[in-house]
Design a protein. Structure first.
Length: 326
């Protein structure tokens, strides 16, 4: 029985069936395009912990060895992770992204490297995928709105790319610029944010091994609504730092003006580290609701300092007043 036909013609069987030739051809074509056949041949596929949902082409990955990268919390169901989204280019309701991404074109794709760097230039997605071996990482994600998820991402440390492009000594920050295409993103142009959606990190944050340049979710390429084909994941920060559908990475000596900071500087600081002791001006950040654990009697969880990644990242902020640098 075939249970789903995606608009690109990808026909997906139930797991009990032998893969039909068309599916195999599509996967093979995608793998070739992505330059991944070499990786698969090297035996790096099928080592990831999570079971693939079988919705999109696979992205083979090995379990990450980076300290703190494999949270032991139960991953949020794939369906929740891919239907309860924030991606304001497609609307502000949680269901808007999955409903409105249909015309979003994520291939071909390239990322421009700019600014204070020895090797600027445009990198095609195919080449970006090959910069380092793909790792599966299970990260807790804490949204500033008070909910959280546990997501099995696929990617590699952003530091691997940064090392390749050789930033100058004067580069102190990294800016991430995302796609703003009014033709395919129906809410670009709406006044809710200034477009494009921009995020930023301090250089040492960007170089931290937990900062993930992400290409996949649940062992497969990223669904469009989750920021295909390439996004960021910084698990100790509020979710809005995780820029989706990145088209430009710029090295700069000035703190970047980020989308949410521009929209409301008193509510969304540049650092945005998860911190249960610093309230949002309009609500407490002490607890969170884990998506998938909802129910009238379900207790909220206590939010952890740096989202539980304090042992790994606390040192980055030694001596800083975190109530001022929120
Ligand atoms: N990136 C872009 N380009 N546009 C957005 O609106 N929303 C952010 C972040 N990245 C956003 C974005 C917010 S508020 C969150 S919580 C996360 O994406 C949500 O990621 P997810 O939908 O994959 O869970």
């Amino acid at each position: 029985m075939l249970i789903k036909t995606l608009e690109d013609g990808f026909v997906h069987p139930v797991p009990s069936e032998i893969t039909p030739a068309q599916v195999y051809q599509n996967r093979r074509q995608w793998l070739q395009q992505a330059g991944m056949l070499g990786l698969a041949a090297a035996g790096l596929e099928a080592q990831a912990q999570t079971v693939r949902p079988g919705e999109l082409p696979p992205l083979p990955a090995k379990v990450s060895g980076v300290a703190g990268a494999m949270a032991t919390d139960t991953p949020t169901p794939y369906r929740d992770a891919t239907t309860y989204n924030n991606f304001y280019e497609f609307g502000t309701d949680k269901l808007d992204p999955v409903r409105n991404v249909k015309n979003f074109v994520t291939s071909p794709w390239s990322v421009e490297i700019e600014g204070l760097v020895k090797k600027p230039g445009r990198i095609n997605l195919e080449d970006l995928l090959k910069v380092s071996a793909m790792e599966e990482r299970i990260y807790r994600m804490r949204c500033v709105e008070g909910w959280s998820m546990v997501m099995p991402w696929v990617g590699y440390s952003l530091s691997e790319l940064i090392k390749r492009v050789e930033p100058l000594g004067s580069a102190k920050f990294v800016e991430f610029v995302t796609l703003a295409d009014p033709k395919t993103m129906p809410y670009v142009g709406s006044r809710v944010l200034s477009w494009p959606y921009v995020e930023g990190l301090r250089m040492d944050e960007a170089m931290h091994p937990l900062t993930l340049l992400t290409f996949g979710l649940y062992g497969e390429v990223l669904p469009k609504q989750n920021g295909a084909p390439v996004r960021l994941n910084v698990p100790w920060k509020y979710g809005f730092k995780n820029a989706k559908s990145i088209v430009k990475i710029r090295f700069t000596d000035k703190q970047p003006a980020t989308a949410w900071n521009k929209a409301a500087a008193n509510e969304y600081g540049f650092y945005s580290n998860v911190n249960p002791n610093v309230d949002h001006p309009r609500w407490s950040q002490a607890t969170e609701r884990r998506i998938g654990e909802d129910g009238l009697l379900t207790k909220k969880r206590k939010t952890l300092m740096f989202n539980g990644y304090e042992a790994q990242v606390g040192q980055l902020y030694a001596g800083m007043d975190l109530t001022k640098n929120f």
